[in-house]
Design a binder for this molecule. Sequence first.
Ligand SMILES: [Fe+2]
Length: 237
Amino acid sequence: MKFGYVLLIVLTSVVLASCTQTNRPSDSNQVENITPTTTIAGDIQPDRTEIVASEVFDQEGSISPTNTSSPSSQPTLIPCSGVTTSRNQEGPFYKDGSPERDSLIEAGMPGTPILIIGRVFDQDCNPLSGVKVDFWLANVEGEYDNDGYTLRGHQFTDQNGFYSVESIEPTPYTGRPSHIHVKLFAPNGIELLTTQMYFPGSESSADVLNSPDLLTTYLEPDANGRQQVLFNFILSD
Ligand SMILES: [Fe+2]
């Protein structure tokens, strides 16, 4: 009788364990972190797999916020390569006086939105705050706005050297690969760097072959589905 009671407990535990496995949201990385706990007849323990699962997944079964690490939400996770950013030609269309704004996109503007993020460091990888990062680029027709400030704007880096700006993905135009022009200024207004950031498809261009550090890195889309693009600036002394 006693043996039958123990056998019943063991069988019940096995059935419950298999049910919890099949109902759990599938995410191989998370499942690998779950350590099943052996249940011993006569000394029944709480199923640790259920406790871990409730910590990892929310009620809808999606990964909880503690398991998502968007670089734009945790900018200090963006590392410094230590490779000084190359200078690149200014071109004829720089215009002083751009507005400070976090998006260069205006209502009705054609193009694919992207979110450019990154940090500004000195060559020892110390983050630089208060740096003015001034962007300008052509529209999808390959034309620069030399009368107004369409697709022109600047940001100031925060205490972690972080900046972010929304733009349209640049389009290649005659003789030029996809690129965005950038100038960086110290808080006292002294110009620190003039360069361009290049985008996928520009790998064979002379600019990128000569300065591969100027090629942007595409990251995971953000929570809104926008493509995130990483570009750090490492300034020489
Ligand atoms: Fe250009």
